[in-house]
Design a protein around this ligand. Sequence first.
Ligand code: SAM
Ligand code: SF4
Length: 439
Amino acid sequence: MTAPKKLFIKTYGCQMNVYDSERMAEALGGQGYVETKSADDADMILLNTCHIREKAAEKVYSELGRFRGLKDENPDLKIGVAGCVAQAEGEEIMRRQPLVDLVVGPQSYHRLPEMEAKTRAGEKALDTDFPEEDKFEKLKSRPKAARGPTAFLTVQEGCDKFCAFCVVPYTRGVEVSRPADRILTEARDLVERGVREITLLGQNVNAYHGAGADGDLTLAQLIWELDKIDGLARIRFTTSHPNDMADDLIDAHGTCTKLMPYLHLPVQSGSDHILKRMNRSHTADSYLRLIERIRKARPDILLSGDFIVGFPEESDADFQATLDLAEEVGYGQAYSFKYSTRPGTPAAERPQVDENVKSERLQRLQTLITRQQRDVQDSMVGKNVNVLFEKPGRREGQMGGKSEYLHAVHVANANVNVGEIRKVRITDSGTNSLGGVLV
Ligand code: SAM
Ligand code: SF4
């Protein structure tokens, strides 16, 4: 028997990349690969890249340069680049970095096994097509091995919204929803393997409209189908666009007990002028009204968001409107970024806000959000939450998991198993997690 080949995957960016990396590892499992945690002993290194952050491509090139020594030591080592930088840069990657054997865009992962075989035959392999076929259908089904209690499941990919700052429509392509039966089969399989919480993923997950037996399903309808799976205890979804928060999805937050009270709903800016220039097609007011309706359906929902500061033309007054909106919403958690240009997107061509101004605004917004986050976390003290235990904590006897609000919770001397959901009374609020005792 030949020893298995070792695969090292480094994943950057969002949960969708985490999911893709799992599926790529499974696909290459069919080629005799097992995963390794170190690049040093790998027979194949795959960088699953993200193009959202600043200078993403440059960072990938410098990371690739670091593998030169490994390739010198092991000429059979194959190096691949996947993800959105692979899609955006394509052949340029192989031109600039001859160490690279394989470049695969996010829509072509099902072709990885044949691409890997090509590299073993000494050729270079490049695929950045947007093929018609469903890559997840063509990828090997997930092996039956047991796994942890939480899993990601991609249900929708790509985006047609073309926000003026964003590369996603260019790197992930047009919006496509996976058929419902495939998602349900994958979900049942995950549950059989020990998964109790599934997070449905999509760049625009609430625009989901996958084919069902009697026509297309909305995301809410898909959630109700998942709700019927015995053993599945929790459902989450991310990331949503405000314009796709349909009534049935808002209602589901009030009525579906498996749907967790947490919603990531990016707004980007609180200024209507900037939102218009971003091509967001919602206003600050329509967002606030939406939040009101969601809170009416589920008063305890924890809201999270994304913000961009220093978008071209953002004035002090525009930025103040963002602070005001954040203040009014009261986020339990939020991500904020300085605007940075993405080549090929409309806003990249516009006059830019001064870097120091951006930094100062980001700091002010983050101070506000951190305070809100703290307040929400502190308000949990004395309350009972349900914790899905995921793994032992760092201290002896400690177990850690997540509450329904996605807060990390630790319990000392907890006599519970991974995968159990137990009621916990929160006794203290730390920097990034809550402490509590079993009730
Ligand atoms: N589809 C989601 C939405 O519409 O809100 C967001 C997906 S995007 C992959 C994740 C976040 O990255 C965005 O919400 C935005 O805040 C941030 N982002 C995207 N492009 C950016 C850019 N050019 N500069 C700074 N932040 C950016
Ligand atoms: Fe990017 Fe989200 Fe806008 Fe689509 S909706 S273009 S993914 S920010």
